[in-house]
Design a protein around this ligand. Structure first.
Ligand SMILES: Nc1ncnc2c1ncn2[C@@H]1O[C@H](COP(=O)(O)OP(=O)(O)OP(=O)(O)O)[C@@H](O)[C@H]1O
Ligand SMILES: [Mg+2]
Length: 367
């Protein structure tokens, strides 16, 4: 109990206040008893000239008594005020700090949904809301981490099961060690390799750790390069890839390889989700304090409930089909992370299934 009292902020505050009261009243007492009677006697002397000894003695006693009584009442009032102030401070400051400390401890133990109640708008309220914000950020980071682990386990299961199946078959002699077998194994191994690379790129981009080599470039040049790279695959599938070039746009400052990766991902998706005979267009245009690169297709489109989520890790609108097609649902996550790492934004739009999709990359104009 005594140790707790010694550690308590309220007890310390009260002790400090009492010390002030004691120092003040002690000084007052000493000073008034040391020089007060002299001044008092001088004044009485000036008025009455000669004072009989017994009267002088009474006056001295009267002065001392009055001083002590006044001082006693003053000290009592000061102590009462000190206690009242300590009580108010305790309720207003010490208690919220205590509950903040308890909440911080709970968060440290993993209870990320802990929040503190906030009243008023003083520094303590700001501390409380900063604490709540921090707990919220920790909580969403934690849930992202959990879902990442679940998704990752899910993504690893399919290729690992396939590899396991082949290896078992080879061991039992059911599967023959021929080129087709090695090729199938190779596909799964490289799928795993790509997954690891992709995840690495996403985390590095999200942590702003990509080495970006920024150069100034015309937006049109970015579109042209991406179209040149994708053209053979488009020709092979029979999808038209057109560039609606625009002139007079401000230059942007980007890493050519990384932006190439973003546009490459968008063009790969557009091709995958557009039937032969369809059309994919790339356009650049001016937009508030920057430019937009737009990739739009007239393919299968995206249902409203999926549009907002296609940038999430491992998200696929149609999991079964996409996995068979080789996509791991991470291309757009990479595209977004890379775009944002260069100060840009990316978003998707679609009027719905069968209505085509449009992906827009906004980049700030170079200064
Ligand atoms: N142009 C598009 N048209 C229709 N749906 C699209 C289009 N682009 C993306 N999507 C949807 O968004 C999902 C996520 O795309 P993302 O590029 O992230 O993954 P993926 O293409 O499935 O796999 P990965 O790019 O990793 O190979 C796709 O699975 C698809 O359902
Ligand atoms: Mg993709």
């Amino acid at each position: 109990m005594r140790a707790r009292l010694r550690r308590s902020l309220t007890a310390k505050l009260l002790a400090a206040e009492l010390l002030i009261v004691l120092a003040g009243s002690g000084t007052l007492l000493l000073v008034s008893l040391a020089i007060g009677p002299g001044i008092f006697r001088n004044h009485v002397h000036e008025v009455l000239k000669a004072i009989p000894a017994d009267v002088a003695h009474h006056l001295d006693i009267a002065f001392a008594e009055a001083t002590i009584v006044a001082l006693g009442i003053g000290i009592a009032a000061a102590i009462a005020t000190a206690i009242a102030v300590s009580a108010v401070v305790s309720v207003r400051i010490v208690r919220p700090i205590g509950s903040l400390a308890e909440s911080a401890q709970r968060v440290a133990q993993g209870a990320y949904d802990t929040r503190v109640a906030i009243t008023g708008d003083d520094e303590l309220a700001r501390l409380g809301s900063a604490f709540n914000q921090m707990a919220g950020a920790l909580s969403s980071a934690e849930s992202r981490r959990r879902s990442l682990l679940t998704d990752l386990a899910h993504e690893l299961r399919t290729p690992l099961a396939t590899i396991g199946g082949y290896v078992e078959g080879l061991a039992d002699g059911v599967v023959r060690p021929e080129p087709a077998t090695w090729a199938a194994l190779q596909v799964e191994v490289s799928r795993l390799g790509r997954l690891v690379d992709d995840l690495n790129t996403v985390s590095r981009a999200e942590e702003r750790q990509l080495d970006l080599r920024l150069v100034r470039v015309r937006p049109g040049a970015l579109a042209e390069a991406a179209i040149r790279a994708a053209a053979p695959l488009y020709a092979a599938k029979g999808v038209v890839l057109a560039h609606d070039a625009a002139g007079g746009l401000p230059e942007v400052e980007v890493d050519l390889d990384r932006i190439g990766e973003v546009l490459g991902n968008l063009l790969e998706n557009a091709l995958r989700h557009t039937l032969a005979g369809g059309r994919v267009g790339v356009t650049e245009r001016r937009s508030a304090s920057g430019i937009e690169l737009v990739v739009s297709d007239d393919g299968e489109g995206i249902a409203a409930e999926h549009v907002a989520r296609v940038f999430e890790r491992f998200y696929r609108a149609d999991p079964a089909r996409s996995r068979a097609g080789g996509g791991s649902g991470i291309g757009l996550t990479i595209a977004r992370a890379i775009t944002e790492a260069q100060g840009g934004r990316i978003h998707a739009e679609s009027a719905g299934p069968g209505q085509g999709s449009t992906f827009t990359v906004w980049l700030p104009a170079a200064r």
